[in-house]
Design a protein around this ligand. Sequence first.
Ligand code: FPP
Ligand code: MG
Length: 335
Amino acid sequence: MTTSAPQELALPVLDAELASRLGARMQRVETLLAGHVQGRAPFVTEAASHLLRAGGKRLRPLLVLLAAETGEEPDSDDVLTAACVVELTHLASLYHDDVMDEADLRRGADAAHARWGNHVAILTGDFLFSKSSELTAVLGADAVGIQARTFTRLVEGQILETVAPGPDEDPVAHHLEVLAGKTGSLIATSAEYGTIFGGASPEVRAALTAYGEIVGVAFQLSDDILDIASDAAESGKTPGTDLREGVPTLPVLLARTSTEPGDARLRELLDQDLDDDVLHAEALGLLRAHPAMEEARRYVVARADEAKQLLVALPEGPVREALETFADIVATRSA
Ligand code: FPP
Ligand code: MG
């Protein structure tokens, strides 16, 4: 399935002038992205444009543009290039992630591996990451360094997710470290690139990089809650994928610590392989109704509040307001 590129901002921006500028800039990013996923061979273009055309919220490029608004040169072309870099890196990671998670649905469309097999999906992810790297080179050595460190963190986070915490390690702390690597890193880089190429001060750069890291963790936490709570029509993904794959998430980690006798069945299920459809459905139902879901939601809102505190480094005004809203919608999103 393919739908047209998103026309609306994934963020309600109250200030009409800022909203219209961001909307116009996002349209330019969209056009540039469509160009960057072109390969020499039509099949490469088809595979590489598949997830881009399937939709997506474009939160990372939007954050680049928004962070650039804190600087002296929000309209610089480098800001648009940086916005493409982070979205292409994100897209690349999704091709790989769906292979690892054996997820068949992404953005309401077939996952690439479900359509073309694992080899094509992995190589298309590599192709998109190479495209992203080519663009980063245009931005200069500092940007390349940041991108390289981000990639290291992304991959390391993804590897650590497959490794159980050590005997002396707190499972929730281990989990949060995984999320900071696999998701916080690229969202932090989105904010940082925006401040660098928009010409913001070093203080604002540091504040927004830290903000992006926390918002990124909150984003992944709410993504994991949605994986349990929402259906495929809302999320465009198959619900309960993390549970089926045995990928730990905050609600599962919290439910596991419960000593309530009434939770015995859920704990038992969470300790076993949930590939069986009946057991999987039972675990998903029990988890959806468990107070751990609400506890996890409260934790996400607290992280978003923590991120918003960092925005005191910015002058009051529409840009700061939009960044506050950005943190809020990430924490409370329903898709
Ligand atoms: C989604 O996690 C996945 C990530 C945020 C990062 C994955 C990173 C890699 C696969 C490393 C390779 C990276 C590149 C750039 C080639 P999820 O499965 O929890 O979220 P989902 O619900 O969207 O699938
Ligand atoms: Mg996944």
